[in-house]
Ligand binder design. Structure first.
Ligand code: ATP
Length: 197
């Protein structure tokens, strides 16, 4: 079974594209959702996070995301430390999930595939590209945030052009080229690659 990564910057439309693959019968692992669940589950990851950020970082057993976000915003070294715990735990969980899939291929959707080194465990990576202005507009509308807040998040990610160059396939989600036919075409291409393996 081929293991496929699906990535793109904030607001590029990765989750939207992932849902189309799901409609085509392809299972998708959503890394951001999984990471949130893993941080709340009882286990070594939660204990390590509590060690770094203190017992007050959890309220009623759930990670206080705002509290932690405020700390890592001021102290980038703490963000690095947090990522160094969360990324390997999510990569490991994603690999276990992949092993349980019985389809011709399965997808891992994640914003930070290259940044976290997750591509090493994947056969191919799909990039979802959208122009920055559209990504800003979509995120403002979806999350009700300001342009400055979106820009701060964009500036923390690998720049879009470099990211797309690292991808094996690119889907253009610029609201000019039709999205669904591109996904169907790529599904056919990957299915053909699966048959070759
Ligand atoms: P994030 O990294 O922030 O999770 P994402 O890359 O997963 O973002 P989506 O959540 O899929 O992006 O898309 C961002 C917003 O833009 C959503 O509200 C989605 O419905 C909308 N959107 C994405 N693609 C399109 C499109 N082709 N046409 C219209 N709306 C779109």
């Amino acid at each position: 079974m081929l293991k496929i990564g699906l990535t793109g910057g904030i607001g590029s439309g990765k989750s939207t594209v992932a849902k189309v693959f799901e409609v085509l019968g392809i299972p998708v692992y959503y890394a951001d959702d999984a990471a949130k669940q893993l941080m709340n589950a009882e286990g070594p990851l939660k204990q390590q996070i509590q060690k770094i950020f203190g017992a007050t970082s959890y309220k009623n057993g759930q990670l206080d995301r705002k509290y932690v976000a405020d700390i890592v915003f001021k102290k980038p070294e703490k963000l690095q430390l947090l990522n160094s715990l969360v990324h390997p735990a999510t990569i490991n969980d994603g690999q276990n999930w992949m092993k349980r899939q019985r389809s011709s291929y399965a997808i891992k959707e994640a914003a930070l595939i290259f940044e976290s080194g997750a591509q090493q465990q994947l056969d191919y990576v799909i990039g979802v590209y959208a122009p920055t202005s559209l990504r800003i507009q979509r995120t403002i509308q979806r999350d009700g945030v300001t342009e400055e807040e979106v820009m701060a998040r964009i500036n923390k990610q690998l720049d879009e052009t470099s990211k797309m160059q690292l991808c094996d396939f690119v889907i253009i989600n610029d609201e000019e080229q039709l999205l669904i036919p591109q996904v169907v075409e790529l599904h056919k291409k990957i299915s053909a690659l699966t048959n070759k393996k």
